[in-house]
Design a protein around this ligand. Structure first.
Ligand SMILES: [Zn+2]
Length: 152
């Protein structure tokens, strides 16, 4: 009983103290928490962006001739520049790859539009060699189904 009374008294004494010295540290701590929360939010947003971007960084280059897939290259797995030849009934295209990019380096087609298109490193515009009916498209990781639905 005595202790209880003492506590009550202490509470009364504290409550009776002037409010200003109590309020200023409260405001300070509120600002502190706002800063902490803002920082936490920024971190979360950054992390979310990173996580969200990660699958998109895996980029597949899909080479089709006459609408049929002849080769798929994981451009995010390419470490250096390399090239290979795609032979078709209509002619040949020398395809070059580098980390994250693909292009037609040489072709024996009459217009060379595919060669002039240069490096394909993103975006939805494919490299097209009309005379050879060769198309190179970029496919972001995980979007296979959607892209197939669009092309089919
Ligand atoms: Zn061409």
């Amino acid at each position: 009983m005595k202790r209880h009374l003492k506590n009550d008294e202490r509470g009364k004494v504290n409550g009776a103290l002037p409010r200003r010295p109590l309020n200023s540290p409260l405001i300070r701590s509120n600002r502190f928490w706002v800063v902490i929360l803002a920082a936490a939010f920024a971190l979360c947003a950054g992390a979310a962006l990173l996580v969200w971007r990660a699958p998109g960084e895996r980029t597949l280059a899909r080479i089709t001739v006459d609408g049929e897939v002849v080769r798929e290259i994981d451009l995010s797995a390419v470490t250096g520049e390399a090239s290979f030849v795609i032979e078709t009934d209509r002619g040949s295209n020398t395809v070059a790859v580098r980390p994250g990019g693909i292009r037609v380096a040489e072709a024996d087609c009459p217009d060379h539009v595919c060669v002039k298109q240069g490096w394909l490193e993103g975006g939805a515009v494919p490299i097209v060699c009309l005379p050879h009916r060769l198309v190179i498209t970029l496919v972001s990781g995980g979007d296979d189904g959607a892209l197939d639905a669009v092309s089919g």
